[in-house]
Design a protein around this ligand. Structure first.
Ligand SMILES: [Zn+2]
Length: 384
């Protein structure tokens, strides 16, 4: 069979162009980038659809082929903010050519490079798609870096009968099959005020807040271990309380960032939390009020024996888990049984930092490996 190899010139030109659209989130304006991808798709003979959900935000969908097996690719279009420009050694909003065939700029690794790999797959396979019983669907979403609203707006039908979902977030070409969930809580602790010279008369809400936080961290530490992700984690990210040096603070407000592993029983954990709050009320006289800020479920791939996944694993080594969530968490709520992987170019250690960059060779390699995995998993060829 003729080789299907990704064109480096193509992925370089689309990556360069995509970086030039400022999609920093907030505010996460993606409409102009979506319009570019619509035009590009049409030029390539690909069916495109736009899902608008805000004046300046949209999702783009590319569809290629009409085979029976639906292969979903997911890659978000927004980026985190560039932060302090002074810390960058190059302009983050122009794709800058760096040494060793790297491209620099905000979003190169997270994850316009990964999107370029997906577009590379479409570009390479467009004239040969009928050789395979597949339909390739790219879901280009907005707001992944904040609320995952874009992924939530993808119509259920795309995910319901998908054969596999591939999220090309930066994994340095490792195959991720699990990700932690995020459970963020706002917690208000109410104690009792007293004069600072008589602290025994009051209940110090700040001290109780810290003690309570430590107990929650301890509960997670004592809970299950995940073979790829280790333990669930707890971070006390914000704590405000108190009004004056000489007053025992009666109120404190915290924000907790809890990251749960997929094999932890979340329902039981939440019950344990309620029990703990009740203990604090009964034993320490403090009232605890909570509200959920953010809730993204943990995920674990339900069929790692899928031939597409097994092929990529053979090419890249051992499976990994991700400590953060991806659009997969929102997409798979529409059908949790779809096998999924997180697999893409880029070093996950440099995302969200200044001087973000990506190896162009790796973007091409990711595209090539995805194409080869499609050939292995979805064709009856004997010569591949
Ligand atoms: Zn990302």
């Amino acid at each position: 069979m003729n080789s299907l190899k990704t064109s480096q010139d193509f992925v370089k030109s689309v990556l360069t162009k995509m970086i030039s659209f400022d999609t920093q989130n907030p505010p996460g304006k993606t409409a102009a980038l979506v319009a570019y991808l619509e035009e590009l798709g049409q030029q390539l003979g690909i069916t495109t659809k736009i899902i608008e959900y805000d004046e300046e935000k949209a999702n783009i969908i590319w569809i290629l082929g009409s085979g029976s097996k639906k292969i979903l690719f997911s890659g978000h279009l927004d980026t985190v903010p560039v932060g302090s420009i002074a810390e960058w050694s190059f302009d983050p909003l122009t794709a800058v050519e760096l040494e060793n065939n790297f491209i620099g700029g905000r979003g190169t690794a997270d994850m316009k490079g990964g999107v370029a790999s997906i577009l590379g797959v479409f570009h390479t396979m467009k004239d040969r798609i009928d050789d395979f019983d597949v339909q390739l669907i790219y879901l280009g979403t907005s707001d992944e870096e904040t609320t995952m609203e874009g992924a939530r707006r993808i119509p259920d039908e795309y995910v319901k009968n998908a054969d596999i979902l591939i999220v090309t977030e930066a994994t340095d070409m490792k195959v991720g099959i699990a990700e932690k969930g995020a459970y963020w809580l706002k917690v208000i602790v109410k104690g009792k005020a007293a004069h600072g010279s008589q602290p025994w008369e009051g209940i110090n809400a700040i001290i109780k807040s810290v003690e309570l936080s430590k107990e929650v961290a301890g509960i997670l530490e004592a809970d299950v271990n995940h073979p790829l992700l280790g333990k669930s984690t707890f971070n006390l990210g914000k704590l405000h309380g108190g009004t004056k040096t000489n007053i025992v603070p009666e109120r404190a407000e915290m924000e907790w960032d809890i990251r749960l592993v997929p094999n932890l029983d979340k329902k039981a954990f939440l019950q344990r939390l309620e029990q703990l709050f009740a203990e604090y009320r009964n034993k320490h006289g403090v009232k605890v009020e909570t509200s959920v800020i953010h809730d993204i479920p943990a995920l674990e791939c339900r069929n790692v024996n899928h031939p597409f996944i097994q092929y990529l694993k053979q090419q890249t080594g051992e499976f990994i888990g991700l400590t953060y969530g991806t659009d997969a968490a929102a997409l798979l709520q529409k059908n949790p049984n779809v096998p999924f992987i997180i697999f893409g170019p880029g070093d996950p250690r440099i995302i969200h930092k200044h001087d973000e960059k990506i190896s162009l060779a790796q973007v091409v390699q990711a595209s090539d490996l995805l194409i080869d995995a499609i050939r292995k998993a979805y064709s009856s060829e004997s010569d591949t």
